[in-house]
Design a protein around this ligand. Structure first.
Ligand code: ARG
Length: 271
């Protein structure tokens, strides 16, 4: 049944959570009063990293920096399309220091275009590439004006989607790309107008329910065949199986204390 879906090997950038903690709150999931376990975060992250390698993907590593506990969420660092790296401009001062590390990394690795966004732009947290099109989130982090800039720099049409639920503050917490033409999403995270746009563009999308969204089931990474997602998103995994995908559940619950999961840890390098 699953023979039809082909995986395409990917190139990812990740950052080990060596300095992970929750000592500020910039989204509703973060509670600095709740204890975190950096060792556990590292162990969970290592399993995710090992899984990507097992699946045949190539993973580059960015050096984690002390004092930047959210740096594990590499997806937020940039959006990379055709070797063009549009580096983030973080909305919150607690994370602005991360951008320099991405600028340095892309320059050191010879990317032909490396540019920092002029407006608030949280990279693949809010920009998801689906085939030739880029879906872009706004409402909490990435500025609407950054969408036009992304279209200009990355050379692909950008579709603006408005997020309305503060728990789903980045596009990648409410929507995931499954293949060049397929997505899954949680409709309640979007404004009525954006839900209409999504229905028109993707009439056959997988729709997730609240119970899968709340465990960050939409924060998933697909290679076209395998869909790596939080193991608690069991209904979503069943639906994906029914569509011919191979869902693989992982435990990254320690990172969820900061409001991030599988996709947040994974920046795709489209060289
Ligand atoms: N604590 C981080 C923040 O609020 C979590 C980022 C999660 N990343 C993501 N791609 N959704 O910025």
């Amino acid at each position: 049944m699953t023979a039809g879906r082909a995986a395409r090997p990917r190139h990812y950038l990740m950052c080990r959570p060596s300095h992970f903690t929750v000592d500020y709150s910039i989204n509703p999931w973060m509670d600095p009063a709740k204890p975190t376990d950096t060792g556990l975060a590292v162990a969970q992250w290592k399993q995710l990293h090992a899984l990507f390698l097992e699946l045949g993907h190539t993973v580059e590593l960015l050096d984690p920096l002390p004092g930047l506990p959210d740096m594990v969420f590499a997806a937020n660092g940039a959006t990379v399309v055709d070797g063009r790296a549009l580096v983030a401009r973080f909305r919150h001062p607690q994370r602005t220091g991360e951008a320099a590390a991405y600028l340095d990394w892309f320059r050191a690795h010879g990317y032909p275009v490396v540019r920092q966004a002029s407006f608030s732009n949280e990279g693949e947290g809010d920009y998801l590439v689906v085939g030739e099109r880029i879906l872009a989130g706004t409402g909490f982090r990435t500025d609407r004006r950054a969408h036009a800039e992304a279209a200009e720099v990355l050379g692909r049409p950008v579709v603006t989607l408005e997020l309305v639920d503060p728990r789903y503050y980045h596009l990648d917490t409410a929507l995931a790309v499954l293949s060049e033409t397929e997505i899954m999403y949680y409709p309640a995270a979007f404004s009525a107008a954006s839900r209409t746009v999504l229905r028109q563009l993707y009439p056959d999308a997988v729709l997730a329910g609240a119970e899968d969204a709340v465990v960050f089931g939409l924060n998933a990474v697909s290679d076209g065949r395998h869909v790596v997602l939080p193991e608690a998103a069991v209904r979503l995994a069943d639906t994906l199986r029914g569509r011919g995908f191979v869902p693989i559940g992982v435990d990254v619950t320690e990172l969820l204390k900061a409001g991030g999961s599988v996709k947040c840890c994974t920046l795709e390098l489209r060289d």
